[in-house]
Design a protein around this ligand. Structure first.
Ligand code: NDP
Ligand code: GDR
Length: 370
């Protein structure tokens, strides 16, 4: 039975990847951080009682900033594959915590590679590094491929640049099977609530149900190549099953503005939005409301721009060229953007239907910080 170790197992991708590897018969180990509240919502369905024999899913406490603990866990698990997904992954927050981000996302990658080398596992253990389209940053050329130059635009991207190159360097210096997946944005109903897609689907669902009046967003002109996380974890797995270790771009090849994503999400709950310059008047005016249950009146402004969400330096345009991964890995995404938006909206509407019932029954619902 193959053993995999996943850092960042409590995150969006960690949860989907754990599901995938368990379905393929792997023994899956994950590193989770100690937190003052439970932080395993996304993987609770995978829980196996550690007192039982022959369990295939185990969690270890740890942190990418602690090399002693990384070495100890890798020594104990002796993994065939390591997926390094752990990271401070929020681009805007990385401007607030740049040093921590460099430590976890940059040096954290080095700690994994170095642990494998020190433990003499270079022949046994394959390593996947979660690299990112944020490396491309300021547009040099589109669509972005494995050969497009990098120009990072945030402390997060600069830290990930170190992670990218140290992975390439250990591959070349020590002949390790270490690869970068350069993944473009991928989303799902498990996406963190403060990333723009999930913030929008949650906002649209709440507004449609009368639980919120307005959604505040930042730069609506940014363009992203959005795919589904379920498809993207398949690519991570494929990258570690090849004869030779290489780096791959994983993307859909289609780019969409944040503004259009907003329209698609609201359309799922019967709200047609128009932005300024599109006919009606101010930003985010509701033109019509098809479903009368949604308590919205035509003419109400439901989306507004708050400069608080702007970044000091922005990445304006991402559009990936997935030719190499499609031809060499045989990777094919199953979801397109409309299917992704539909799935995310359905999940958030269901969630807030329950929350509304609780609220109506007199229970206090959680505050949302963004
Ligand atoms: P999430 O933010 O959902 O998950 C990040 C995970 O990393 C969480 O489990 C988090 O733990 C953990 N983590 C954070 N800091 C540390 C640390 N110091 N030590 C150990 N673990 C830590 O990210 P995603 O699942 O979306 O992304 C997975 C990886 O892929 C990340 O590295 C991200 O940067 C990268 N990436 C993501 C893309 C995307 O579009 N989703 C695109 C390209 C790359 P906790 O739950 O306790 O916070
Ligand atoms: P990104 O994702 O920065 O691309 O990083 P995010 O969803 O945060 O932003 C995408 C774009 O939307 C604009 N935007 C807003 N973003 C947020 N979070 N909140 C807002 O209110 C808002 N309004 C507009 C942003 O300015 C940006 O242009 C994600 C992360 O998962 C990284 O870890 C990963 O490496 C990259 O995707 C690929």
């Amino acid at each position: 039975m193959k053993k995999a170790l996943i850092t960042g197992i409590t995150g969006q991708d960690g949860a989907y990847l754990a599901d995938l590897l368990l379905s393929k018969g792997y023994e899956v180990h994950g590193i989770k951080r100690r937190s003052s509240l439970f932080n395993t919502d996304r993987i609770d369905h995978l829980y196996q009682d550690p007192h039982e024999e022959k369990i295939r899913f185990r969690l270890h406490y740890g942190d990418l900033s602690d090399s002693t603990n990384i070495i100890r866990i890798i020594q104990q698990v002796q993994p065939d594959e390591i997926y390094n997904l752990g990271a401070m992954s929020h681009v805007k927050v990385s401007f607030d915590t740049p040093e921590y981000t460099a430590n976890a996302d940059g040096i954290g990658t080095l700690r994994i590679l170095e642990a494998v080398r020190l433990l003499g596992l270079t022949e046994k253990t394959k390593i996947y590094q979660a690299s990112t389209s944020e490396l491309y940053g300021l547009v040099q050329a589109v669509p972005q491929s494995e050969t497009t130059p990098f120009y990072p635009r945030s402390p997060y991207a600069v830290a990930k640049l170190y992670g990218y190159w140290i992975t390439v360097n250990y591959r070349e210096a020590y002949n390790m099977y270490a690869c970068n997946g350069i993944l473009f944005n991928h989303e799902s109903p498990l996406r963190g609530e403060t990333f723009v897609t999930r913030k929008i689907t949650r906002g649209a669902a709440k507004i449609a149900m009368g639980l919120q009046d307005k959604l505040f967003l930042g730069n609506l002109d940014a363009r992203r190549d959005w795919g589904h996380a379920k498809d993207y974890v398949e690519a991570m797995y494929l990258i570690l099953q090849q004869d030779k270790p290489e780096d791959y771009v994983i993307a859909t090849g289609v780019t969409t503005t944040v503004r259009d994503f907003v329209k698609m999400a609201f359309a799922e709950v019967g709200i047609q939005l128009a932005f300024s310059g599109e006919g009606v008047d101010e930003k985010g005016i509701v033109q019509s409301c098809i479903n009368p249950d949604y308590l919205l009146k035509a003419g109400k402004e439901v989306v507004a721009v708050d400069p608080r969400y702007f970044r000091p330096t922005e990445v304006d345009l991402l559009i990936g060229d997935p030719t190499k991964s499609m031809t060499q890995l045989g990777w094919q995404p199953k979801y397109d953007l409309p299917a992704l938006v539909k799935e995310m909206m359905e999940a958030d509407v269901n969630h807030f239907v329950q929350e509304k019932m609780l609220q109506e029954a007199g229970y206090r619902v959680k505050n949302q910080f963004e």
